[in-house]
Design a protein around this ligand. Structure first.
Ligand code: HAM
Length: 410
């Protein structure tokens, strides 16, 4: 006998059974609808990327999590851990032809060799929306407005989540005022991004390794206690415009939002559930140098990545099955092979009207048909027997109300 192969997918990779697809579709539908409603154009790209592009652009942590391999011609390739370097590459390739600002959106499958915890898998889908070529804070406003809209379309309310917002530029200015030289800032950002994930003592040690003095470490921690963004015009403008757009209540200034990716240069944000039970729902910010760093022309950009894993966990916990329980469409069965054609005809006429119909593939006993029908997600069930065909009518049962109506069999 052949050796039994494991039925599990590789660790951290994901199978989607039909029951899982219901959730995935719910989340993807909201991503697509919100992107479209806000005027973002869909794009897509290859999942396999040049390793060099990803490794250089993703920042230390993500850079170390890349799945990579040599192909048969010795090219160094990788599965993308995120979409942003690929987006930058695509834009740089056609930078002369594109008319800026551009607003693009995609749902990208991404791979990261992560330590597996709640909300973190080695494969995830990430909704990306990016605006390239717009200097003003309107770009941040539009990106955040679309993300808040997506969460609401999924059934969450604005009191379920908060978008924590800060600015790397602002933090840089504060560090500089404390005497910490700009060339040390990247190190400081990296260490501060670990706050809450590791003890402060370890972060202090990281900062000292980055050649900060004891006083500078103390000053850095003091900045982290700041509660006001006074003196940061772009954050003031963001909060003002968010109020006009109706989502200022979803925003909160939080100096501790740094972001692990190295390319951010301005406003940065991360969204969490209010109870802080889950990992980040989405994250993003402004990145001004990514295009030039890969050899493109200078272009400012703002965007976000919104994963499917955390938000699905949140939806399941907050809304349970009510989030996906809306019944719709028809299920049609028949008692004997002689009624098959009548059933097929009825199904075809309903489908031609645009209805969703699940037609039985073989005759069934009524009891079995109705017990499956009740679990099928269909709103209407029709079971066709010899009498129905003779009388030329089908009985259509509403499975929610248990009421019955009749339709002519033509
Ligand atoms: P990121 O913060 O690394 O940003 O990821 C964005 C989101 O993707 C996270 O908030 C989370 O929802 C999801 N995510 C990331 N890694 C995993 C994982 N291992 N398992 C499950 N979900 C995950 C970026 O990737 C940036 N490229 C976003 C961006 C787009 N910035 C500008 N444009």
């Amino acid at each position: 006998m052949a050796d039994k192969i494991s039925f599990e997918p590789p660790r951290g990779m994901r199978d989607f059974y039909p029951a899982d697809m219901v959730w995935r579709n719910k989340v993807f539908d909201a991503f697509r609808a919100s992107g479209e409603a806000a005027g973002f154009q869909p794009y897509d790209a290859c999942v396999v990327e040049n390793y060099e592009l990803l490794e250089r652009k993703s920042g230390e942590e993500v850079g170390s999590q890349i799945y990579h391999f040599q192909d048969k011609s010795d090219r160094h390739l990788a599965l993308r851990p995120e979409m942003t370097p690929t987006l930058a590459r695509m834009v740089a390739q056609k930078q002369k032809e594109l008319s800026f600002p551009i607003k693009w959106t995609t749902i990208a499958q991404c791979f990261r060799y992560e330590r597996m915890t709640k909300g973190r898998k080695r494969e995830h889908y990430q909704w990306n929306i990016d605006i390239i070529g717009e200097e003003s804070v309107m770009a941040e406003v539009e990106i955040l407005s679309a993300a808040v809209d997506a969460l609401c379309r999924m059934g969450l309310s604005k009191s379920d989540f908060k978008v924590h917002v800060s600015s790397r530029k602002f933090l840089g200015q504060l560090l500089e005022k404390s005497g910490i030289a700009p060339e040390k800032h990247a190190q400081v950002f990296l260490a501060l991004d670990k706050r809450g994930k590791m003890p402060d003592a370890e972060i202090a040690a990281m900062l000292k390794d980055g050649s900060l003095s004891d006083e500078e470490v103390a000053a850095t921690f003091a900045i982290m206690d700041l509660k006001s963004f006074e003196g940061c015009p772009e954050l003031e403008e963001l909060f003002r415009l968010a109020k006009v757009a109706g989502f200022a209540d979803c925003l909160e200034f939080d100096i501790s939002v740094i972001r692990g990716l190295s390319y951010y240069t301005g406003i940065v944000f991360e969204c969490f559930d209010v109870a802080r039970e889950f990992r980040a729902i989405f994250g993003g910010g402004r990145y001004d140098n990514l295009l030039t760093s890969i050899g493109g022309e200078k272009a400012t950009a703002v965007g976000l990545g919104f994963g499917d894993v955390v938000v699905t966990e949140l939806l399941k916990s907050r809304l349970g099955d009510t989030a996906i329980s809306a019944k719709k469409g028809y299920t049609i069965g028949y008692m004997f092979a002689e009624q098959r054609e009548a059933a097929l005809k009825f199904a075809s006429s309903l489908r031609a009207r645009g209805e969703k119909v699940d037609l039985a593939l073989a005759p069934q006993k009524p009891k079995k048909f109705f017990s499956r029908a009740n679990q099928s997600g269909a709103l209407y069930a029709s079971f066709i027997g010899p009498d129905d065909v003779q009388q030329g009518v089908v009985r259509v049962k509403n499975l929610e109300t248990s009421t019955e109506s009749k339709e002519e069999l033509v």
